[in-house]
Every structure is written in C-alpha cells, then in structure tokens.
Design a protein. Structure first.
Length: 174
C-alpha cells in the first residue's frame, strides 16, 4: 500500500503512521489481512448462512500474521481472528472483522477490533472488492477507548507505460 497527501507530487511507500504523524493508525484494508486469512496457515471454517451471505470464522496464528503493533521502535506481530461474509450469488466479499483478543502485554491494550465493509469498484478496468468503511477500535488497559474511522471514495489506479530500447543509434538516425 502506498499513501500520499492530496496534491502531493509523489506517493510514499513508508508506513501510514509516517503520513499521519502519530496516534492510532492502521494499514491493511486493501489486502494485507486477506492474504494472511486465505493463506495456508490460517484456520478458516464455514459457520452459517445469513440470507444470501456465507459466514466464515477464521484464526491467524502469530507465526503467519502480518498484523503488527508498534511498541516504541519495535513492531510486534499479533495473532488475530474474526469473521468474513461472502455473498454466495456473486462471490463478493461484503465484510471482514479482525479481532485481537489478547494483544501483547507490553502494549497495555486489552482488545483491538477492526471492521471493514467492502463494495465493488472499478480501478484500471478491473472490478475489485474495495474498502468502503473501516472502523478500528482499541481499548487501553487504563479504560480509555480509541476509535478510528476511515471512509474511501474515488479510489484510483495511477499507471504509466515505458518503452526500454537498446537500439538508440537507430532511433537517433531515424
């Protein structure tokens, strides 16, 4: 994932926390969680039907997790679990929840929950499941509760095309 301020001349590949400058930030809405959940190391089980939606529970062990919490200058991976809903009529992902019921003790955090609602969108001619709304909630050990809501609109793919030539003498002569 790359991030940029509106009107910036280039996208940054550093973490979203560098763009935000601090506080409660998160990344992964565009696929990082799904890669771990649908990978071989996760435990995924069908649980039920809710109207036209197939509901699945999953668990991602810490060894397969790319979900991290930053403690000082150190990133600590966390095991997580949750649920996802897929519309069985068109196989579209509708919602994903991510729960960290036991964050690292040194984080002084009791619980972390994320909910991502998806919608179908077109980027670069491809129809994809794109985040529409992400809600991240965190409960600190001192009783504080933090919430971060991110809405997405107007997602775009920026592309360029290059031609690599090794016959520059022929180009200069033409």
């Amino acid at each position: 994932e790359s991030f940029s301020w509106a009107g910036a001349k280039k996208f940054e590949t550093s973490g979203v926390q560098d763009l935000g400058g601090g506080g409660l930030t998160a990344a992964g809405d565009f696929g990082r969680f799904l890669v771990s959940i649908l990978g071989e190391a996760a435990d995924v089980q069908f649980t039920s039907w809710e109207q036209s939606l197939a509901v699945y529970r999953y668990r991602v062990p810490v060894a397969a997790s790319t979900y991290e919490i930053t403690l000082g200058k150190r990133a600590v991976p966390m095991a997580y679990e949750g649920t996802f809903w897929i519309d069985f009529r068109n196989l579209e992902l509708k919602r994903l929840t991510i729960e960290v019921p036991n964050p690292p003790r040194e984080a002084q955090t009791c619980r972390i929950e994320t909910r991502i609602d998806y919608q179908q969108g077109k980027i670069g001619g491809n129809t994809l499941a794109l985040p529409q709304l992400t809600q991240l909630k965190l409960w600190d050990a001192d009783g504080s509760r933090w919430e971060n809501r991110t809405t997405y609109a107007g997602c775009r793919a920026f592309e360029s095309e290059s031609l690599f030539r090794t016959d520059m003498a022929a180009v200069d002569a033409g």
